[in-house]
Design a protein around this ligand. Structure first.
Ligand SMILES: [Mg+2]
Length: 379
């Protein structure tokens, strides 16, 4: 049995067991989660069905479940929509972009222990065999690379401000005045890097020291140096201390007008104010991979946080591709599709790799990737 077959067997391509066990399955699977088999998907129909099931099993269905089910109608499950998605992508080149925290790994209290499972790593490795694949994270590039530990994917850290460039000649990108080809350099391992915020490094180090000083005085606060941005984690900070922490962080940033504060999941992030985000990173990677003007490319982006919305917007503006949000609660998003949690991401990635493996059996990888990317076929 191949490793891939073992993986399939191990996961069984089943949906998240935890989620399914919590749900009244006939409704969430047949009516809501699997939009390809759905009949009447109106909100009234869903609410009515949920009410009927609730009556049958005599167990109240939480309003949060009903809200989620309604939200999924607007952002259908990428698992339930898989066949339709692949039909739309037929003959196109899918390029895969993946966020890390909350997408490939669970959100955990200790950011240093946000490990991805071996199953997830194997799934990403499989996907990267068949599609150009990049991980775009808010973490430092080195840290996310250390978590993922795969040599056949591209890495972009610091929300895309630190990109390990594919080994192809750089092309001009639609960059701002802050972002030019001079931002590229070789690192100590000889990789070509694109670092549009490099000039901010001295200030970032100063800010980092100031924030460390603050964090030392607030129990549970933790500063993470992401190289071109800084995270202040407060997942373990007492609720009554959060206001103090936020005020102190803001007071530091006030001294640095070239920086601003953003918020993620239980984290404050301090970033240089340049027009560069995960959406720009997605475009830049497509550009350097040779897909900038290709109408045939289908970017697929999976992410769970606000910073991923920038990439969703880019895909929406391109008019083709698959923006997929990972969320177990309803939220405003530009994503067209959804996955409930990282376990559904795992299932989706395995299915994607299996789909291409099956459909490519009569074609060479070079045909799939195009002439500029045949080097990846050996990864
Ligand atoms: Mg994330």
């Amino acid at each position: 049995m191949t490793n891939f077959a073992k993986l399939n067997q191990a996961t069984g391509f089943q949906r998240s067991s935890t989620y399914d066990k919590q749900k009244v399955q006939p409704i969430s699977t047949k009516v809501v989660k699997n939009d390809e088999n759905s009949g009447d998907l109106s909100l009234a129909s869903i609410a009515s069905n949920l009410h009927d099931i609730s009556t049958i099993v005599n167990t109240p269905i939480p309003s949060s479940d009903i809200a989620y089910s309604s939200w999924v109608v607007e952002h259908p499950s990428a698992l339930g929509s898989f066949d339709r998605m692949m039909k739309a992508a037929k003959g196109k080149r899918i390029v895969v972009f993946l966020d890390y925290d909350g997408t490939l790994s669970p959100i955990v209290d200790d950011p240093d222990r946000a490990f991805m499972s071996n199953e997830m790593r194997a799934a990403v490795r499989e996907v990267a065999k068949y599609f150009p694949t990049a991980v775009i994270s808010g973490r430092s590039r080195d840290k996310v690379k250390g978590f993922v530990q795969l040599s056949n994917v591209y890495y972009a850290g610091s929300h895309g401000m630190d990109i390990m460039v594919p080994p192809k000649p750089l092309k001009p990108c639609d960059a701002t005045n802050h972002v030019t080809a001079t931002a590229s350099a070789l690192d100590k391992e000889g990789d070509m890097l694109f670092q549009p915020a490099k000039r901010f490094l001295p200030a970032i180090q100063e800010i980092s020291i100031a924030l460390e000083e603050i964090a030392r005085k607030i129990e549970g606060a933790r500063v993470e140096d992401n190289r071109f941005c800084i995270s202040v984690h407060y997942r373990k900070v007492r609720e009554e201390d959060y206001g103090i922490l936020e005020e102190k962080v803001k007071s530091v940033i006030e001294n640095y007008p070239d920086f601003h504060l953003t918020r993620g999941k239980k984290v404050l992030e301090i970033r240089p104010s340049i027009e560069w985000n995960k959406g720009h990173a997605l475009e830049y990677l497509l550009d350097t991979l040779g897909f900038s003007n290709s109408g045939d490319v289908f970017p697929l982006y999976i992410g769970d946080d606000r910073t991923d919305e920038d990439a969703f917007k880019v895909i929406e503006a391109r008019g083709q591709g698959f923006p997929i949000i990972v969320s177990s609660i309803p939220k405003d998003t530009k994503a067209a599709f959804s996955l409930h949690d990282p376990s559904e991401v795992l299932t989706f990635l395995l299915r994607l790799a299996r789909w291409r493996k099956t459909s490519s059996s009569s074609r060479s990888l070079a045909q799939i990737w195009g002439p500029g990317n045949s080097h990846k076929a050996n990864c």
